[in-house]
Write a protein that binds this ligand. Structure first.
Ligand code: SF4
Length: 396
């Protein structure tokens, strides 16, 4: 998909949504819109449902049942920001290159190893996500792909079973450098590339900064990253947009069209819908209240239950509890650089974090509570288990 096709299809879905009668939506609710005649028009159905007068509680209840049908268990991974250096300049982000106030950090081998040991042995998780900024020149992009490929390989050797990475757009040659560290087509590895907004003008003003060149300014290059990942033989992808950056109607149909294209290629899909959070030098007040946000999540969960929704500790505990029945993945953790400690809560210092979160509980406390509430949580174990290799336990 390129941006021209995305705009054309999105406009068609918006127009179609306006012509779907509410009776047809009510008819579709019972079957989750799984009938063949709905196959090509799900983004339009989703928008019509989102805009309809049908109560959110009804959509929520049906969505919960649909998600349970696919899988009753939840998943988790904990993010590790390997560095907060970034050469892009996204207006909403604490890591933007123009933020001279941010205390920049980089994690070397011993730091990454210790973070992995803390997550494995103190937090008892087996899912991790690596994040960095995005970089401009080709050499730095190769080096970052090499660095993150090494970190993923390291996590797998420590016994982690699920690894996400979120390092910006990736061209085929950059994926090749990262993939050199991995087994071909390893389905445990998920590429995350959030488009942030699917609106080209908004993207240009917030991410591209009105023509100023930044490594993230090329909308289509970002959009192509998943195609490149799937072409390289991998399977798991995690698109997303920042909820509140632009008009929700347009974002909804465009991300769902993007997901449809990825599904057609047999991708395993996670979807992220983060709301804005405050960061150093930006207040980032979200424009989307809890009720609209849960309605958005409910509609996507009902029509795309196989596209597992990811939420994080960007959201407070009350909202997490409300959204849990609809999502696949709860990702607890901090957007500070290598922030985990053997004792006490993770750091989330505004002077070195990408943004500030409201929930600072330890991952093990958040996930234990989930288990206590009856959820099966994949990639989290209450009690530490012996690691098969043993020797890596003491690596530093
Ligand atoms: S959102 Fe990502 S690419 Fe943009 S400034 Fe922040 S870290 Fe860099």
């Amino acid at each position: 998909m390129d941006s021209n096709e995305m705009v054309r299809a999105g406009d068609e879905f918006i127009s179609l949504a306006g012509s779907i009668p509410e009776a047809q939506l009510l008819d579709g609710l019972g079957c989750g819109f799984t009938r063949p005649e709905h196959a090509g028009s799900k983004p339009a159905l989703a928008l019509a449902l989102f805009r309809s007068a049908i109560p959110t509680d009804d959509i929520y209840r049906l969505a919960k049942a649909r998600v349970d049908e696919i899988s009753a268990s939840k998943e988790t991974f904990v993010p590790i920001f390997l560095t907060n250096h970034c050469e892009a300049d996204c207006a909403m982000c604490g890591m933007r290159t123009s933020n001279g106030e941010l205390h920049r950090k980089f994690s070397g081998r011993s730091v990454v190893d210790e973070q992995l040991r803390i997550l494995r042995d103190a937090e008892h998780v087996r899912g991790v996500g690596f994040l960095t900024g995005e970089y401009a020149d080709k050499f730095t992009r190769y080096v970052n792909a090499f660095y993150v490929g090494w970190a993923i390989n390291r996590a797998l050797s420590y016994g982690f079973e699920k690894v996400f990475f979120n390092i910006g757009s990736m061209a085929p040659d950059e994926i090749a450098v990262l993939a050199d560290w991995l087994e071909p087509g390893d389905e445990r590895i998920t590429m995350c590339v959030f488009q942030e907004t699917y609106d080209l003008e908004k993207y240009d003003s917030v991410i591209g900064r009105r023509g100023r060149h930044t490594p993230k300014a090329d909308f289509d290059k970002r959009l192509r990253s998943f195609e490149n990942w799937l072409d390289a033989g991998f399977k798991a992808v995690n698109p997303g947009f920042l909820v509140g950056l632009h008009d929700l109607d347009q974002e909804l149909v465009r991300i769902l069209h993007h997901i449809d294209g990825l599904k057609a290629r047999d991708a395993k899909i996670y979807v992220s819908l983060p709301r804005l959070r405050p960061a150093l030098g930006v207040s980032n007040k979200t424009k989307i209240g809890d009720d609209a946000y849960i309605r958005l999540i409910s509609v996507i969960a009902l029509l795309y239950p196989e596209a597992g929704i990811v939420i994080t500790t960007r959201e407070d505990v009350e909202f997490q509890d409300r959204a849990l029945p609809l999502i696949r993945t709860l990702s607890p953790g901090s957007p500070d650089v290598s922030p985990y400690r053997w004792e006490g809560n993770a750091a989330n210092d505004v002077e070195s974090s990408q943004f500030v979160i409201p929930d600072h509980r330890r991952p093990r406390d958040i996930l234990s509570r989930l288990k206590g509430n009856g959820y099966d949580v994949r990639y989290f174990e209450h009690a530490p288990r012996p690691h098969p290799s043993g020797e890596l336990r003491t690596a530093s």
